[in-house]
Design a protein around this ligand. Structure first.
Ligand code: 4AD
Ligand code: MG
Length: 430
C-alpha cells in the first residue's frame, strides 16, 4: 500500500511503500541509514545488508542526495527520533537520480541559500517554518469563521493609498495610473457596512527602502474590520485572535517547533488579556531607560519597540499614538484630540510590531477635514467618504502581518525565511 510519512503512525508493523526523496544518508559496510522526506514529513529508513538483496543494498549505499525514489518496508516505532517511527526497508526503486545537488549538509551562506530558495525550501528547517505558516492561516480562518466574520477579498490593483503615498508600487492600468495594494482596509470598511464583521487575507505591497529583518516588499496581511465595534472591542478581538493562533500552533505543530528548537514555554504563556501601555507612558519609559533619541511626537523604531517588549512576557499593546504620525483615517481620542484611538501590538522576544489597528473616523465633516490636510482628492477617494454619508457607524479594524507572526512563533531571526519566495529590496528572484 502507498502511504505518506505523515500517515506512518497508523501503519505500524505493516509493509508499505512511500514515494520520497533522499535528504541525507549515512552508511557502514553492513547498514545504511536513509533520511527520507516526502513533503509530508521526514523519516529514517534502515537498510540492513543481511536482510535485503545485494542489489537493493548496493543501490541504497549509492543513493545521492535529492534522488527521488520509492521505498518499501515495514514501519516500526523508533523512540530515539522526534518523529517516533522509522522504516525497515526491504526494497527501493529509484525514480530519478539527482547529481551534484547544490545544498549539501554542510553550512552555506545566506545569499547562496537565497539564490537557491527553490531548493532550500526542501530543507527540514524551511519545511517546518512553512508548516507553521500554514497552521497560522488555518487557525485564522477557523477563528474568524467561528466568530461570525465573513471573508471578503479586496482588490490588489487600486487607485487609492491607505498608508501614505511614499511607499506605493506604481503600475500602468491601461491609460491610468494604478498601485499595488498596501492594505485592503478602505475596501474592508465598505465591506463591513455591508456584512458586519469581515476579514481579508491577501498579499500587500510596500515599496519600502527598508532592509531589516522585519521588512518584506511583498507580505501577506490578515485584515478584520468590524461595524459597531469601538477601539476597546477591537483590542479584545486582537488578543483573543493572537492567543488562539499561538495555542493552535503549539497544539498542531509540536514536531515542527521541536525541529526549530523553539522554546515553547515562552509561547505557552501567550493567553489573553495582553498588557497595554499608552504612547505617553512608553515615551516616559524609554526616557527612563536612557533613550535620549526619542521625543513626544516621534515614531518608535525597532530598538524602542524591543526595549518596551522586553518588560513583558506577552505581546504588548502600545495605544493612543500622536495623530500626526498615524494614518489619516484614525479616530481622535474624544478626550484628547492630539492622539488617536489606535494600537500597535508588539510581539515579545524582539519580533516587533505584528498588528496595527485603530477605530476609524465615522464623522463626515472630520473625514473631509482630513482629506484636505492629506490632499486626498479624486474618484479614488470619493467613494470612501460616502461610507460616512449613508448610515455611518462606529467601526474598528486591524491588520496582522503574517510573516512577522510566523517569524515569532517559529523563532526564526529574519522574515525572509517565513514566506516561500521572499521579495526583498535586492531580490526579485527566484
Ligand atoms: O501597521 P500597518 O501599516 O497597518 C495597516 O496597513 C492598516 N491599514 C491595517 C488595518 O488596520 N487594516 O501594517 C499592519 C501590519 C504591521 O503591524 C506588520 O505586522 C505588517 O503589517 N507589516 C509588514 N510586514 C512585513 N514587511 C513589511 N514591510 C510590513 N509592513 C507592515
Ligand atoms: Mg504599523
Amino acid at each position: 500500500m502507498k502511504i505518506t510519512i505523515q500517515e506512518a503512525p497508523k501503519h505500524v508493523e505493516e509493509e508499505v511503500t512511500i514515494g520520497g526523496w533522499l535528504a541525507n544518508k549515512r552508511s557502514s559496510g553492513k547498514i545504511a541509514f536513509l533520511q527520507l522526506r516526502d513533503g509530508t514529513g521526514f523519516m529514517q529508513g534502515i537498510v540492513v545488508k543481511s536482510d535485503v538483496s545485494e542489489e537493493v543494498f548496493t543501490n541504497a549505499k549509492n543513493l545521492t542526495q535529492e534522488t527521488s525514489l520509492y521505498v518499501t518496508g515495514k514501519i516500526v516505532e523508533d523512540t530515539r527520533s522526534d518523529f517516533g517511527y522509522e522504516m525497515q526497508v526491504s526494497d527501493l526503486e529509484v525514480i530519478h537520480e539527482a547529481t551534484d545537488y547544490p545544498i549539501t549538509p554542510k553550512n552555506h551562506g545566506t545569499e547562496f541559500l537565497m539564490d537557491h530558495r527553490h531548493l532550500w525550501l526542501r530543507s527540514k528547517k524551511q519545511h517546518a517554518v512553512m508548516k507553521i505558516r500554514n497552521e497560522i492561516i488555518r487557525a485564522t480562518y477557523e477563528f474568524f469563521n467561528t466568530n461570525g466574520f465573513v471573508k471578503v477579498d479586496p482588490p490588489i490593483l487600486t487607485g487609492s493609498s491607505a498608508e501614505g503615498t511614499t511607499e506605493l508600487f506604481h503600475t500602468k492600468y491601461f491609460d491610468e495610473e494604478a498601485y499595488l495594494s498596501q492594505s485592503g482596509q478602505l475596501y474592508m470598511e465598505a465591506a463591513a457596512m455591508a456584512l458586519g464583521k469581515v476579514f481579508s487575507f491577501g498579499p500587500t505591497f510596500r515599496a519600502e527602502k527598508s532592509k531589516t529583518r522585519r521588512h518584506l516588499i511583498e507580505f501577506w496581511m490578515i485584515e478584520p474590520e468590524m461595524a459597531f465595534m469601538d477601539h476597546e472591542d477591537s483590542l479584545q478581538v486582537q488578543e483573543n485572535y493572537v492567543s488562539f493562533v499561538v495555542q493552535a500552533v503549539l497544539e498542531n505543530c509540536a514536531l515542527e517547533l521541536k525541529t526549530l528548537e523553539r522554546d515553547t514555554s515562552k509561547l505557552e504563556q501567550i493567553q489573553a488579556p495582553f498588557p497595554r501601555i499608552s504612547y505617553d507612558e512608553a515615551v516616559e519609559f524609554l526616557k527612563e531607560k536612557g533613550f535620549d533619541d526619542i521625543e513626544w511626537g516621534e515614531d518608535f523604531g525597532a530598538p524602542h519597540e524591543t526595549a518596551i517588549a522586553e518588560s513583558y512576557d506577552k505581546p504588548v499593546f502600545i495605544t493612543n499614538y500622536p495623530k500626526d504620525i498615524k494614518a489619516f483615517y484614525m479616530k481622535p481620542d474624544p478626550e484628547r484630540s492630539d492622539v488617536v484611538l489606535c494600537a500597535d501590538l508588539i510581539a515579545p522576544e524582539g519580533y516587533g510590531e505584528i498588528i496595527g489597528g485603530s477605530q476609524r473616523i465615522d464623522d463626515l465633516a472630520l473625514m473631509e477635514q482630513r482629506y484636505k490636510e492629506h490632499d486626498l482628492t479624486g474618484p479614488a477617494y470619493e467613494w470612501y467618504l460616502e461610507l460616512r454619508k449613508y448610515g455611518s457607524v462606529p467601526h474598528s479594524g486591524f491588520g496582522l502581518g503574517l510573516e512577522r507572526t510566523v517569524a515569532w512563533l517559529s523563532g526564526v531571526e529574519h522574515v525572509r525565511e517565513t514566506i516561500p519566495f521572499p521579495r526583498l529590496l535586492n531580490r526579485l528572484y527566484p
